[in-house]
Write a protein that binds this ligand. Structure first.
Ligand SMILES: [Zn+2]
Ligand SMILES: [Zn+2]
Length: 286
């Protein structure tokens, strides 16, 4: 004999199985397909909108992505109601004080849909970065300077790329270079590391102390950026060489007298105190 829904008495039928003793309608209106958090707290910067992640850092994700991440992780752990075989998040909608979480589950071959409510508390604050920006305060300075005249445009371009990046408090033009004010030393070191990997650079000095500050120590990275091209001439202690190839890692040079070609990693290259002579524009390549 057929079985009946314990709540409304409707009989079991094809496409309308009993799930945990209930018909699909009664099931989704009385039970949660899957556990989701009761409450999620969002700490958001009132200035830039960054949200504090569980690691404690502020990240430029919006509140919806943050909530989605937490809910999806919880659903993926799969605390499913009895009789439900699987469940996934189908959508999230943030409202004033709650998040509406759409979930889709499956039970006895039937698809079940449900909207679950998660209480939301949003705390507004000012993230450390915006706080420092407001106070005009910073923990580290990256001084970018063109290493050769042609690199001036490259430095401007890099400054544009750094604008608004995590940790960057302010960018100020300084002569033909730029000064990049950064929240803290580790963020500045990351920026310098990325520059070293992408461009021909030379870190002239790193300095740490109380420069520019009354109280907090500041780190200063002085970085020259070069725009060296194939065909440029380089003066080294041994003579003048022609640039065959250049990358953020090495410079390949040719001795025009002997035709010998050799490669120097950037460290060895800078140790030889090279003078770079840019190839004149339009000059013929040999
Ligand atoms: Zn029912
Ligand atoms: Zn902020």
């Amino acid at each position: 004999m057929g079985r009946f829904c314990a709540r409304c008495g409707r009989g079991e039928a094809p496409g309308s199985p009993l799930v945990g003793g209930l018909c699909p309608e009664c099931f989704v209106s009385t039970r949660r397909l899957v556990e989701v958090p009761e409450r999620i707290e969002v700490v958001r910067c009132r200035v830039c909108g960054a949200v504090r992640t569980r690691g404690g850092r502020f990240s430029r994700i919006d509140a919806e992505d943050y909530v989605r991440g937490i809910v999806e992780e919880c659903v993926a752990k799969g605390r499913l109601a009895e009789g439900v075989e699987r469940a996934t998040v189908s959508g999230i909608e943030l409202r004033e004080e709650e998040a509406l979480v759409g979930v889709v589950g499956e039970a006895a071959g039937t698809v079940l849909r449900q909207n679950l409510r998660v209480r939301l508390t949003v705390e507004e604050t000012t993230c450390p970065e915006c706080f420092m920006r407001k106070a005009g305060s910073f923990g580290a300075l990256v001084q970018l300077r063109p290493g050769n005249p042609r690199a001036a445009r490259l430095v401007s371009r890099i400054a544009g790329e750094l604008e608004g990046q995590p940790g960057v408090v302010e960018i100020k033009r300084e002569g033909d270079g730029v000064d990049v004010y950064v929240v803290e030393k580790s963020a500045a070191a990351r920026i310098v590391g990325r520059l070293k990997a992408s461009y021909v650079t030379r870190v002239v000095s790193t300095w740490e102390g109380f420069k520019y500050a009354q109280r907090r120590p500041r780190a200063v990275f002085s970085v020259r950026v070069y725009a060296v091209e194939r065909g440029d001439a380089v003066e080294l202690p041994g003579g003048i060489y022609e640039v065959v190839e250049v990358s953020p890692r090495a410079v390949v040079l040719r001795n025009p007298g002997t035709g010998d070609v050799f490669s120097l990693d950037l460290g060895s290259f800078w140790r030889r105190s090279p003078t770079i002579r840019e190839r004149a524009r339009g000059s013929a390549q040999p």
